[in-house]
Design a protein around this ligand. Structure first.
Ligand SMILES: Nc1nc2c(ncn2[C@@H]2O[C@H](COP(=O)(O)OP(=O)(O)OP(=O)(O)O)[C@@H](O)[C@H]2O)c(=O)[nH]1
Ligand SMILES: [Mg+2]
Length: 322
């Protein structure tokens, strides 16, 4: 049966966590991520049910023939090919035009019965000003304005206020332009690094005024999701301004979602995850697991965007207020 290919492009300014987010969706650490501008070319990810089909094809900008990577070499080498040229030493990893990656997702969707075939696209951040900046800008612009069927727009929670401008030369502007041409164009707005909001909530005066542990827990619960909701409102208002009547804005922590799903973690990551969970255990006691998974975005649905509406409503419900 012929399947319609649906390209879901994950876009964001540099370092908002696109590659981490996709790794979380894989449940595996496949794409390179780091605190500096990293991804250099679009990576088209085809999810298949058969793990043994995992492979990648690298296309180059120079005259080199495309190169195939088998399952065994892929985990070691894909990151090198996908990284910015200035971050790799060996010239064989440079000048990459695009990568096709066949890899099984954590939540498998390309079921044989479905008439759609989903392809997730990792993109370079379009806003870095180094020597690769223009190339990244043009690549991501053409994906948003051109062949992306849908877009997942990630925003870094820590950078929200610096990212609320709509111009002809930024992601908000391109999304607005595409929506004007195609009113059915779907975008899932995702605020990433939401774990950082937990620390902002701790600085709320009411919480700082707590006199003892018991009062502290009550106050944290009372102010639960405060800065998260503020960030959601900002993104929602702007999305409405650029033409989305009922925008879907989710919050996640791609980092912890990834750690949660990866099978073999380093000792450092085990500690990091344990410390993070500890906060939920202290605050929510018996129901901590549910709250924790809800918070990091375990239920996010990246193929059928409207399925997120229920999750969003649950997250924002002030059930924590006492
Ligand atoms: N605290 C926190 N950090 C995160 C989260 N997600 C990603 N990061 C960190 O953010 C940095 C950038 O992540 P990447 O996944 O490389 O970001 P990117 O958007 O792919 O970046 P480019 O490819 O350079 O455009 C890394 O240091 C990640 O560890 C998160 O949920 N919480
Ligand atoms: Mg990246």
């Amino acid at each position: 049966m012929y399947k319609k290919e649906i390209n879901i492009a994950v876009v964001a300014n540099m370092s908002a966590g696109k590659s981490t987010f996709i790794n979380a969706m894989f449940g595996d650490d496949i794409l390179p991520s780091s605190s500096q501008a990293t991804t250099d070319c679009p990576i088209y990810i085809y999810s298949d049910n058969e793990a043994e089909n995992n492979m990648a094809i690298i296309d180059f900008n120079d005259n080199r023939e495309s190169r195939g990577l088998s399952q065994n070499t892929l985990k070691k080498e894909l990151k090198e090919y996908a990284k910015k040229d200035s971050l790799v030493k060996d010239t064989k990893y440079k000048n990459v035009k695009k990568i096709d990656l066949y890899w099984r997702f954590h939540s498998f969707v390309n079921k044989s019965k479905s008439s759609d075939y989903y392809v997730v696209v990792d993109t370079p951040g379009p806003n870095n000003s180094d020597e690769f900046g223009e190339q990244h800008f043009l690549t991501t612009q053409s994906i948003v304005l051109g062949h992306a069927s849908k877009v997942i727009y990630l925003l870094d929670y820590k950078q929200i206020d610096a990212n609320l401008e709509v111009t002809q030369n930024n992601l908000w502007g391109w999304i607005e332009k595409r929506k004007k041409i195609d009113s059915k164009f779907e975008v899932l707005f995702v605020i990433n690094k939401i774990d950082e909001a937990l620390y902002d909530n701790e600085k709320i005066q009411d919480v700082l005024n707590a006199k003892n542990e018991k009062e502290y827990i009550l106050k944290v619960k009372k102010n639960w999701f405060f800065h998260e909701k503020k960030a959601i409102d900002k993104v929602e208002n702007l999305a409405k301004k650029i033409g989305f009547i009922n925008p879907i804005v989710m919050t996640i922590s791609a980092e912890y979602l990834k750690l949660e799903r990866i099978k073999k973690l380093s000792f450092y990551d085990v500690r990091k995850l344990k410390d993070f969970k500890e906060q939920f255990k202290n605050i929510f006691a018996d129901s901590w697991r549910e709250e924790y998974h809800r918070y990091i975005g375990s239920d996010i649905e990246i193929f059928n965007f409207s399925k997120n509406k229920k999750t969003k409503a649950r997250n924002e419900k002030s059930a924590y207020s006492i």
